[in-house]
Ligand binder design. Structure first.
Ligand code: PMP
Ligand code: GLN
Length: 398
């Protein structure tokens, strides 16, 4: 057999799929893969059902339905004061994952350097490498996830095509503040580079903090591509409806990639998301409040078990150091151990790094029902106290 593509075949199955399969096999409460439970807005789901029955059910425009593109522009005006010309500056994609791939394939020339800040969401590096880009990695690390400005500055050069920035950040829960963003904007201007901004957790920012899109900073309108996901805003991750906004000169090359990746996205789901984006501020505030409360519930529970939990300012995730529990293996071993033996699944934080010392934290997703969070904590408490476990069941918690 002739060899297949060497870049993609060098990667295994993603950690999210791997841990969800293991979780199911053991009837574990799945606090691993980042998908929410019990938060789907009924009116958005009903709107999709109506739109399937009523149609149209044929290809929409490759750029997205006008209704959804206008709703995205209105959303970005409402929350960030952005003034978008939707016909030239808004494109719908099949999830943020496709938006990321379209941006990277559309912008990178082989040999271009791409600056990234670890921890990294899993799709970034394989796509950058497949596009011929050369990654330049800088890292933020637990417990404070502070941006090392000198190292970031040193990663930029005349060869830098773009920075890939994820804020709020998965799995760190870091929300880049105005100072960090101003520093980053300065580097982009100095080196004439672009930024692909993965902002899928834009509404999941807690404790009164504010999400600031890099594109809203002075001089950044012509340099940034901002990616959003309805999966996160409406807790409907399986729908895979996402988008990119950018000035026409940047959006056009991205549309060239998108037209050959997926071309378009189901029209019924676009109709429902357009409806959802128009929901009043109470919906968005309620989502943040609900998830903030779940974060606190899980953090308190994990601390009772004996974990040292880290603060999380945004996203669905909190990381916890398991060394106080006396476990001496690495994070991969720990996450498998608690899935198989305690019936609770988490994701090893090292999966978001290319090697290094960050190997004693487990990432837990708190976007779950109170019942699932309580059951997970109860199982972990019993397990680490050495009490016999009732065999985990594949109940509604998975
Ligand atoms: N970026 C980040 C940081 C994510 O955590 C995820 C996972 N949901 C995505 C992108 C992908 O989003 P989507 O499901 O819309 O493709
Ligand atoms: N974003 C989700 C997470 O971080 C997973 C998405 C996926 O499974 N591809 O858990």
């Amino acid at each position: 057999m002739k060899p297949v593509n060497s870049v993609l075949s060098s990667y295994g199955t993603t950690i999210f799929e791997t841990m969800s399969r293991l979780s199911q096999a053991h009837g574990a409460v799945n606090l691993g893969q980042g998908f929410p439970e019990g938060l789907e807005p009924a009116d958005v789901v009903a709107r999709a059902a109506e739109a399937v029955a009523a149609g149209p059910n044929q290809y929409p425009s490759m750029m997205g339905t006008p209704d959804l593109r206008q709703a995205i522009a209105a959303h970005d005006r409402r929350f960030y004061g952005l003034d978008l010309d939707w016909p030239g500056e808004v494109m719908v994609t099949s999830g943020a994952t496709e938006a990321l791939a379209a941006c990277l394939f559309g912008l990178i020339e082989p040999g271009d350097e791409v600056v990234l800040i670890e921890p990294l969401y899993d799709s970034y590096l394989p796509i950058i490498r497949r596009a011929g880009g050369v990654p330049r990695l800088v890292r933020v690390a637990p417990p404070h996830w502070t941006l090392p400005r000198d190292e970031l500055a040193a990663a930029f050069s005349g060869r830098t095509k773009l920075l890939l920035l994820n804020t709020p950040m998965n799995p760190a829960g870091k929300v880049f503040d105005a100072d960090d963003l101003a520093f980053i904007a300065g580097l982009l201007e100095r080196w004439d580079a672009y930024a692909v901004c993965d902002e899928v957790y834009e509404h999941l920012v807690y404790d009164g903090r504010r999400h600031i899109p890099l594109i809203t900073l002075p001089g950044m309108r012509e340099r940034c591509l901002k990616i959003g996901s309805a999966g996160k805003i409406f807790s409907l991750t399986g729908w895979k409806v996402g988008w990119v906004i950018a000035c026409p000169a940047l959006l056009q090359p991205v549309a060239k990639a998108h037209q050959y990746l997926t071309f378009t996205t189901p029209p019924n789901l676009q109709a429902a998301v357009a409806h959802g984006l128009g929901k009043d501020d109470g919906y968005y505030d309620g989502l943040t409040a609900m998830l903030g409360a779940r974060r606190d519930r899980l953090a308190a529970g994990l601390r009772r078990v004996g974990f040292a939990t880290l603060a999380t300012a945004g996203s669905y995730f909190l990381s916890a150091d398991f060394r106080p529990l006396g476990f001496t293996g690495d994070d991969d071993a720990f996450c498998r151990h608690i899935t198989e033996r305690a019936g609770v699944t988490a994701i090893p934080v090292s999966a978001f790094y290319q090697g290094g010392e960050v190997n004693h934290f487990a990432r837990f997703c708190f976007a779950k029902t109170d019942a699932a969070i309580d059951e997970a904590v109860a199982r972990l408490e019993r397990f680490f106290r050495g009490e016999p476990l009732t065999p985990p069941s594949a109940s509604g918690c998975g």
